[in-house]
Ligand binder design. Structure first.
Ligand code: ZN
Length: 657
């Protein structure tokens, strides 16, 4: 592990807090040191308050901030004098501690200080860095981890036995430090948890962290237990879509809410899940308290989510203390599912959470494999895992946590999603918390959004093989499809019947009608497995009820699609799948309606562009956004008791009314 310190870069961070920001980001750049909000850093700074009095403040990482991207605003200033007094108390409950930290900040808008704040305060150094480095955790999580770290570090660090994060840990660290630190001390190691380094400058503290973790990595390498080459693995060629969707349905059922489930089948993951001792090594539990909350006590090996949930409830009953404050049981669904053939499925209440679970578990794999090669992995004892998982502070978050978004944990597939009404539908669904798979013939769909809850797939909807591939990918990425939005379609140039070629007719039918039949048919197994019931939203057209001359192929294709939707509503009601259609008209904020086309069409009717745009009963313009909002709501609870409906969104059309 190399120091990433760069003089020129560092020079752009002027001041003690800015330097703290710089080296915190350096730590954050290495995922084997800190991951997704893990780890924390601090600096002690003397400042003058509004009364002109000088006071010492501890600027410590605030919750909700990631070291990789932290800014000055991400550090919470807490009064040192108060922290040092708190550290001398005999005991302090977690909620009391959180209260003391929050009420002794000097900036009301700062984030809540880290739960490790008091620990930072008691270390008598200007800069303090703390990570949950994989290499350190791998060594401490072995049977004779204590002897090993003594061998590696000698008297350069103070070693603290495992204790749950919080006040008791801070106090124990302070005591250990006072009793054992010498002028040689450059760090403090917390068994089964992580490591602290400190120094008088940001650079000194950071580079000591790199040195300390490098020693652990070198030790592992000497024992053949680190950065071993990963053999390339053969991915299963079986189509897993339906199997994955069925598993996600079961996991959602035991969780009590829909979940996103993402399959990972990279070489590293496959090498791990195909180990012969998988059940044994993965069954022991997480490596650090930091990992417990996100990945739960243990992964599910295999596919029996119901049995996992039962075991989880039994574990709760066994470990939950009855004398203390009663705990709210967490949902008993697994977060990590390991399958020797497919790889790893990561589960979360949304795509971002599932991504964090996957990242953390991939590091857990490194830790477990390293520790196993060192002689045997030892997770935290069950009791400690329970205490961490059912921590008062986590329970408080559960009680606080408000209603989830409308489509949290659900997956929508939208065709023609790169622009116009399709893109607006994707946006409307994303805003409501759904993960969205966007299909479009335009290659730009792949790059439309860089966010974990969007997957853009270039796809010609008239190519049935491409559709099947897209659905397989949707299932591997998010675990299924719950909502299908049929939007892709074309509006060909005006052409009277006497000049309409069969070829043109068939082209329009292939895109506007046949592709939708194929997609509905192929999607049916997924929609049937949707945890909250399947939904199909159809972008119809005013032309269904009020066709126009010169649009025979278009009008006929939309009318046939409309009949298809009505029959589907009849056939699929028993599968708890709802199908509803929106019939828009004159939506001009889409790609096909350039300024020129608009002018030409308006002139054709002898209208101004403005008159042409609002040529309806209400004299209003209809936008893609409004159509998309209607379609999204049709998939939501407002339309829970409605299927087979057709709702115009056209400003009122006298031929339809
Ligand atoms: Zn920690």
């Amino acid at each position: 592990m190399k120091s990433l310190w760069n003089e020129e870069e560092a020079g752009r961070y002027q001041g003690e807090l800015a330097q703290r920001v710089y080296t915190s980001r350096l730590l954050g750049r290495d995922a084997s040191l800190v991951l997704h909000g893990g780890g924390n850093t601090s600096v002690k700074i003397k400042e003058e308050n509004i009364l002109g009095e000088e006071e010492e403040l501890l600027y410590v990482k605030g919750s909700g901030w990631d070291l990789a991207t932290i800014e000055e605003a991400g550090f919470s200033p807490v009064r040192m004098a108060h922290l040092l007094k708190l550290a001398k108390l005999r005991s302090l409950s977690d909620p009391q501690m959180v209260n003391e930290l929050k009420t002794n900040m000097t900036k009301a808008s700062a984030p809540s200080p880290s739960v490790e704040t008091i620990l930072h305060a008691t270390l008598p150094y200007k800069y303090v860095d703390h990570t949950h480095a994989d290499a350190v955790v791998a060594i401490t999580n072995t049977a004779n981890g204590l002897e090993r770290v003594r061998e590696i570090y000698g008297d350069s660090i103070v070693i603290v036995p495992y204790i749950m994060p919080g006040f008791d840990l801070a106090r124990l660290c302070a005591e250990k430090f006072a009793a054992e630190a010498t002028e040689k001390t450059v760090g403090m190691l917390l068994m089964n948890h992580g490591i602290f380094s400190f120094g008088e400058t940001a650079r000194e503290s950071y580079e000591r962290m790199i040195q300390l973790v490098s020693l652990a990595e070198d030790y592992l390498k000497q024992h053949g237990a680190w950065e071993n080459p990963v053999p390339s693995a053969e991915r299963t060629s079986r189509l897993l879509g339906n199997t994955l969707a069925a598993l996600r349905r079961e996991v959602s059922e035991v969780a009590g809410f829909p979940v996103i489930m993402t399959l990972h089948d990279d070489d590293r993951t496959l090498a791990f899940v195909r180990r012969e001792d998988l059940g044994e090594i993965s069954g022991q539990g997480p490596a650090t308290p930091d990992h417990v909350i996100r990945t739960k006590q243990k992964p599910l090996v295999g596919t029996d989510a119901k049995a996992y949930a039962q075991a989880y409830k039994a574990y709760f009953a066994e470990h939950s203390p009855t004398a203390r404050e009663p705990k709210t049981i967490l949902d008993p669904a697994p977060r990590v599912i390991l399958h020797p053939e497919w790889g790893m499925c990561a589960v979360g209440k949304n795509a971002k959470a599932a991504g964090i679970v996957a990242d953390i578990y991939k590091h857990t794999m490194d830790v477990i494999e390293g520790a196993t090669l060192l002689g045997g992995y030892r997770a935290l004892p069950n009791k400690d895992i329970f205490d961490m998982e059912y921590w008062d502070l986590e329970q408080a978050k559960l009680r606080k946590g408000g209603a989830p978004p409308m489509f949290a944990g659900e997956v929508a597939l939208v065709t023609g999603a790169a622009s116009g009404i399709g893109k607006a539908c994707a946006d409307a669904l994303l805003r409501r918390g759904a993960a969205v798979v966007g299909l479009d013939i335009n290659e730009a769909i792949a790059e439309l959004y860089k966010r974990p809850d969007f997957c853009g797939i270039p796809c010609d909807v008239t190519d049935e093989e491409a559709l099947a591939d897209a659905l397989e990918r949707a299932a591997r990425t998010f675990g299924g499809v719950d909502m299908l939005i049929l939007n892709a379609g074309i509006f060909p140039a005006g052409c009277r019947i006497e000049s309409l070629s069969t070829k043109e007719w068939r082209r329009v039918m292939a895109i506007n009608l046949d592709a939708n039949l194929a997609l509905m048919r192929e999607c049916h197994p997924f929609l049937k497995l949707a945890p909250k019931g399947g939904r199909v939203g159809i972008i119809g057209s005013k032309n269904v009820d009020a066709p126009g001359p010169g649009a025979a192929a278009y009008s006929a294709s939309k009318a046939a699609l409309n009949q298809l939707a009505r029959v589907a509503a009849l056939e699929w009601g028993g599968d708890n799948i709802r199908i509803n259609s929106a019939h828009p008209n004159a939506v001009f904020d889409t790609g096909i309606w350039t300024e020129e086309v608009l002018k030409a069409r308006a002139a054709h009717y002898g209208l101004s562009v403005e008159e042409y745009k609002t040529n309806n009963v209400l004299k209003v313009e209809v936008s893609s956004y409004q159509v998309a909002e209607l379609v999204a709501e049709m998939c939501g609870p407002l339309f829970a008791k409605t299927t087979g409906a057709q709702v115009p969104i056209d400003g009122g059309n006298d031929r339809v009314i």
